[in-house]
Design a protein around this ligand. Structure first.
Ligand SMILES: [Zn+2]
Length: 281
C-alpha cells in the first residue's frame, strides 16, 4: 500500500464566491445588527419594568433628592415652598393624580432660572424663575407642566433610556479605545439623560394648559412665559428651553388646542402672594 502526504490545495480557507472586503462588511453589519437587537431588548425590558412601578412606589423608591438640603431653609423659603405645594396639589387634582401618590415641591433660593421634575415625584423650582413670573396663572403653567411630567412618568421613562445608553457605552468601551468611550460618557451625562423628548414636552404643555382652563376657567398666562424667558437669555436653560420645540411652535400648539376646545383665551388673573413678589427685591 502506498501512503502519500499531499499538501492541501491552495485557498481552502478563503471563500471563492465572496471577496474578503465584502465578507468583512457582512461581518461588521451583522455585529451592528446584533448589538442593536441586544440594546432594543434591554430598552424594551427596562421600559416594561418601569411600567409596573406605580408612582406611589416611585415615591417610596426615591423618597429624597440627594442634592437638596432643606433643613437650613429660612422662614420665607418655607412659606414659598408651602404656597408652591398647595398650588401643585390643586393642579395635580386637575390632572387626576392617583389617590395614594404624592408630588413634592422643593424651593431653591438660587438665582438659576429653572424648574424641573425628577424621579420620585419631586419638582424643583428655583428663585430665579419665580422672580420672573408676573401672576399665579403663569406660575400654574410652569407647575402644571412639571406635574404632567411626573404623572406621565417621564423621568422614570428617561431613566430607562439612560440605562440603555450606559449599556451601549460600556459595550463600545470594550471594543473602542478608553479615550473614545470616556468622551461618549461625558457627553451623555446624567442631566442629558433626564432631558425629555419633544413629544413629552408637547404633552406636558397641553396637560398644563388644560389644567389652567379647568382651574381658572381661562388659559391666560399659558403662553407669556415663553416670551418672558426668551427675553431673559436664551442660554439660561430652564426645563422650558431644553432641546425643545421652538417657542413659537409651542405657543401655536397651545393656541390651537384652545380654539379646538373653545377655551377662553384670558380672564381675571390671580395675583401672586406678596412674599413671592418680595423675592424680586
Ligand atoms: Zn418639560
Amino acid at each position: 500500500m502506498n501512503y502519500s502526504n499531499p499538501l492541501p490545495p491552495e485557498g481552502i480557507n478563503t471563500s471563492k464566491d465572496i471577496s474578503p472586503l465584502a465578507e468583512a462588511a457582512v461581518l461588521s453589519v451583522s455585529l451592528v445588527l446584533i448589538l442593536a437587537c441586544v440594546l432594543g431588548l434591554i430598552h424594551v425590558t427596562v421600559s416594561h419594568v418601569t411600567k409596573f412601578i406605580s408612582l406611589s412606589q416611585e415615591n417610596q423608591l426615591f423618597r429624597q433628592i440627594p442634592f437638596m438640603d432643606e433643613s437650613t431653609q429660612n422662614t420665607q423659603s418655607k412659606k414659598v415652598e408651602s404656597y408652591l405645594q398647595t398650588l401643585v396639589n390643586d393642579l395635580a387634582q386637575q390632572q387626576q393624580i392617583p389617590k395614594e401618590a404624592t408630588i413634592t415641591v422643593h424651593y431653591s433660593d438660587s438665582a438659576i432660572i429653572n424648574a424641573g421634575a425628577t424621579l420620585g415625584g419631586h419638582i424643583i423650582v428655583f428663585r430665579g424663575l419665580l422672580e420672573r413670573i408676573p401672576d399665579e396663572n403663569t406660575l400654574a403653567m410652569v407647575l402644571g407642566h412639571e406635574v404632567s411630567h411626573v404623572l406621565q412618568r417621564h423621568p422614570i421613562q428617561s431613566l430607562s433610556q439612560g440605562l440603555t445608553l450606559v449599556v451601549l457605552t460600556t459595550a463600545l468601551s470594550t471594543y473602542l479605545s478608553d479615550g473614545l468611550a470616556n468622551q461618549l460618557f461625558s457627553t451623555t451625562n446624567l442631566i442629558g439623560m433626564m432631558a425629555f423628548s419633544r413629544e413629552k414636552e408637547h404633552q406636558a404643555d397641553l396637560d398644563a394648559v388644560r389644567s389652567l382652563a379647568q382651574y381658572y376657567g381661562h388659559i391666560g398666562g399659558s403662553t407669556e412665559l415663553f416670551d418672558i424667558l426668551q427675553k431673559v437669555s436664551p442660554d439660561q436653560s430652564s426645563d422650558f428651553f431644553q432641546t425643545h420645540p421652538l417657542n413659537q411652535s409651542r405657543q401655536h400648539d397651545i393656541a390651537q388646542l384652545a380654539i379646538e376646545k373653545a377655551w377662553r383665551m384670558d380672564g381675571t388673573r390671580t395675583p401672586l402672594p406678596q412674599y413671592i413678589l418680595d423675592l424680586k427685591k
